[in-house]
Design a binder for this molecule. Sequence first.
Ligand code: C5P
Length: 237
Amino acid sequence: MPADIPVITVDGPSGTGKGTLSSYLANWLQWHFLDSGALYRVLALAAERHSINYEDVSGLAELARDLDVVFKHSASEEGKAVILEGTEVSVLIRTESCGTAASRIASLPEVRQALLDRQHSFRKPPGLVADGRDMGTVVFPAARLKIFLTASVEERARRRYKQLKEKGFDVNLPQLSVEITERDVRDSQRTVSPLRPAVDAAVIDTTHLNIEDVIDRVAVLVRDRFPDITGKTGRNN
Ligand code: C5P
């Protein structure tokens, strides 16, 4: 039964360390990994390629349902390759403009609904780590452990700037800060699945924490909620 397969959700805005934490957890536990933001990003790219505009809600929902996207393990730094209609788009979807397009598309209830089954299909044994905005509130509301990461806008913009620079993108910090703030407002104020912590989520402010500190704190929660995996591995072992 899928309902018996354990899930850990990691939600929060971009630049909080969500992606790094989720990949770490999936790797540590040897569980499956859902990067739901990548799904919205790929959908935005596919809509552009198929010239489907944001007013064509049913066209977008249909595209979302039928989207030919595959997530593969790869030797890249991110550890996963995103393949859209047979072509690798892993780097292309990481631009801030693709993030903004994803956030616009993600505000459409029909699109969110159309991606639900696909997101649920990632829940396979032995477990799933799901990274996004509404993993703990809407997609996997019964998850046994829910984490919500926050950080100041300034710190998140600095982290995204560094990440994008390292990937070779030409970025500008003040501009990035504005785009992140706009994306936060859109994601938090939309009517469906707004970005907010689940009532039972552990909220961690990562502004003054490095990723190792965040992992250590979360590892304590993982061991507490999943005593059967205690001692297998993890940073403090
Ligand atoms: O996490 P990432 O920055 O890749 O997500 C891109 C955009 O996709 C977010 O700004 C958000 O609007 C949307 N998203 C969402 N729900 C999710 C994951 C991402 O609405 N579960």
